[in-house]
Design a binder for this molecule. Structure first.
Ligand code: AMP
Length: 280
């Protein structure tokens, strides 16, 4: 496994593999790797000859007052996790490598980026789409791997790839959870023991929604109402949004049917957590 910081150097190395017909898989991450990331690495390992993991805490996707400077950066642990996942190359650029002086081009996926998390984190998905487009150009992977946990992100990346004719297959893998149901997230380390317990309300509310749906409730407003009531029962929880939307265009839907996404963002103390489930 090699660690490469310079974008040009990585592109040059990968060019050789590409010319020999090797399939390249890319797993973009911000580090602080956990079993969720590992599942993406392992899938990439299964489907490609060469696996590239990028580790880059991308400043352009953080808003003012968000946790960019305190985001966890456990380099040694991340490197050993990549080794465990069968990574061939870790792309570990600096902010200057990715955004040199004079940088002024951004990718905006309109519409999809301004709802749900985009409404609460203006500019977030512009930063995400821009850095992912850059990673796609640097690595030129055959396939790139994303987690269902960040459902809106995956939908936006798919849209960008289709709209800009980027020749990358986007693979979206299931959310990995702990034993109690909490979706793994690099931000879970911010939670105290009591908050971690309260955070179970996210997956709890999604379970409740699925249960209501299965028992015949199709009215989104009713389901959202029950979910909100459950979440508000936790002292440390503040709802950013609870929504039921069309999986293709993220527009709210009134009556649940196929292809809908039940999604939520909740602050537990100062930590903002997201989770979702798909009704297929
Ligand atoms: P991040 O480092 O948080 O930017 O995440 C990098 C990738 O890992 C994204 O595609 C995430 O959706 C994915 N990911 C994060 N948490 C999980 C999880 N619990 N299960 C599956 N994928 C995840």
């Amino acid at each position: 496994m090699q660690i490469i910081r310079n974008p040009k150097k990585l592109s040059e190395i990968l060019k050789k593999y590409r010319s020999k017909g090797k399939a390249i898989g890319l797993v973009p991450t911000m580090g602080a790797l956990h079993e969720g990331h590992l599942s993406l690495l392992r899938q990439a390992r299964r489907e490609n000859n060469i696996v590239v993991a990028s580790i880059f805490v991308n400043p352009t996707q953080f808003g003012p007052g968000e946790d960019f400077s305190r985001y966890p950066r456990p380099a040694a642990k991340d490197i050993s996790c990549c080794r465990k996942g069968g990574v061939n190359f870790i792309f570990y650029p600096s902010v200057k490598d990715m955004y040199p002086q004079g940088f002024s081009t951004f990718v905006t996926v309109e519409g999809l980026s301004s709802v749900l998390c985009g409404e609460h984190r203006p500019g977030h998905f512009r930063g995400v789409a821009t850095v992912v487009a850059k990673l796609f150009n640097i690595v030129q992977p055959d396939s790139a791997y994303f987690g269902q946990k960040d459902a809106q992100q995956a939908i936006i990346i798919k849209r960008m790839v289709a709209d800009l004719n980027i020749p990358v297959k986007v693979r979206v893998m299931p959310t990995i959870r702990d034993k109690e149901g909490l979706a793994l997230s690099s931000r879970n380390v911010y939670l105290s023991l009591a908050q971690r317990h309260d955070a179970l309300v996210l997956s709890g509310a999604l379970k409740l929604a699925r249960h209501l749906f299965k028992s015949g409730v199709k009215d989104s407003a009713k389901i959202i109402g029950s979910m909100k009531k459950m979440i508000k029962g936790k002292k440390s929880a503040k709802i950013d949004y609870v929504a039921i939307v069309d999986l293709n265009n993220l527009k709210p839907i009134k009556k649940i049917s196929d292809n809908c996404l039940i999604t939520l963002a909740v602050r537990i103390g100062k930590t903002r957590l997201i989770d979702n489930t798909i009704i297929a």
